[in-house]
Design a protein around this ligand. Structure first.
Ligand SMILES: [Fe+2]
Ligand SMILES: [Fe+2]
Length: 164
């Protein structure tokens, strides 16, 4: 492999590994939120949070599989520490902001992959950005419902089953 090709491949692997580390952090953060919602007895909200944490697990695996396909080593450390102590009022705005940051960063990483000539990795980013957009929409809508409808919205979730 030429030096130039090797540099491009290293750049793509770094982009994929950064995204994988972001996914690993999201998994821990959303699992933590899943347990909080479960503790507060908002069953339906807890179930949905758990499903989103599982989406992030799938993303972490998809990035790792692509790294392996191009002979890189997939990292296993989250990009940062999770935040504890959220309340029902600030949990969803926090998660919506996290998804927004993720979408912005993945768009930049997608462009890096494309500029490095790796359209398969770029397409993977594009596919995952679409799913992060769905997560953002859900978190943002839920934050709005809690802010505007507070008790009546939460009353519907209170005491519902937390197993799916
Ligand atoms: Fe994700
Ligand atoms: Fe997400």
């Amino acid at each position: 492999m030429t030096k130039q090709k090797d540099d491009k491949r290293a750049k793509v692997i770094a982009a994929l590994n950064e995204a994988r580390a972001m996914e690993l952090q999201a998994i821990y953060q959303y699992m933590n939120h899943h347990y909080s919602l479960d503790d507060w007895d908002y069953g339906t909200l807890a179930v949905k949070m758990k499903k989103i944490a599982i989406d992030e697990m799938r993303h972490a695996e998809q990035f790792a599989e692509r790294i392996k396909d191009i002979n890189g080593n997939a990292g296993s450390e989250p990009i940062g520490k999770i935040t504890h102590g959220h309340t029902i009022d600030n949990l969803y705005p926090f998660d919506a902001a996290a998804e927004e940051d993720t979408i912005e960063r993945y768009n930049a990483l997608m462009i890096e992959c494309r500029e490095s000539g790796d359209s398969v990795s770029a397409t993977l980013f594009e596919k995952i950005i679409n799913e992060e957009q769905d997560h953002f929409n859900y978190f943002d809508n839920t934050a709005t419902h809690i802010k505007e409808l507070k008790t009546s919205f939460l009353a519907k979730a209170a005491g519902t089953a937390s197993d799916d």
